[in-house]
Design a protein around this ligand. Sequence first.
Ligand SMILES: [Zn+2]
Length: 278
Amino acid sequence: MTMPLRFERFSRTVHIEGTLHPETPLHVGAGRSLDVLDPDSPIVKDPFHRPVIPGSSFRGVLRSTAEMLLRGASPEGERLACLGVQDMDLLCCKDVAEEEEIKARGNTDPVLFRRLLDACCFACRVFGNVHMASKVRVADLILAEPDSWSGEYLRNRDGIRIDRRTGTVATGGKFDYEIVAPVPTFAFSIALDNPTEGELGLMLAAFDALNLGVAGLGGKRAAGLGRVRLIWSVREMTAEALLRGDAEGALLDEERLRACRNSLAAELKGFSSCGPAS
Ligand SMILES: [Zn+2]
């Protein structure tokens, strides 16, 4: 399937929808609280004090998991997934993006934009970077069954910081953090704009890695938190379907999803041979 350059033409959107089932407690932190009634590190909650997993957090986990897989798949892994998220000096398209004409007209001139796109690693093409919009949109994850929510699922745990030199508890090292017990499930919805088959395959591979425990969600993972299981379905909405009044789109079956996974291997092979220099 030939995909448009980026967003100037709508070809298709792929929606991945499903449920996230925590298998161990979750701690998706909202930052340090100064409220004396709160734990030191509360989780993110909605106005009704029910837990929410920000879409940006889930998207970040999907990205870091996909990058990890891409780097592990090839000796030239950083060509597939640069380290620009950790260090801007290592961003794949940094040199091209800093060229004067790209800075001036890169967003409006298709030829210049193509140069910028060609300089990007596979991960940045999918998830974007400071110079490139993302193809991936992730909504906040809310409770799948809010009516069965109970405040008893929120608990506080104590933690301590160890002084590495002495091996004892550091001065002022006691703290507490909030967790959600692995009871409620969360609903998620992800949209991929104009993905190639291989890019969809990459997203499915990241889902598999999460289900296998290769990656997790939220903080305190070294303490065993954040193990999740995802159940999902994939629906495709094409421009042709919308133009003929079909707003439902088509559910992709297992055979088609397997083909997407196979396409990823072929696309990565092609990318490594003609992608940007590392
Ligand atoms: Zn990159």
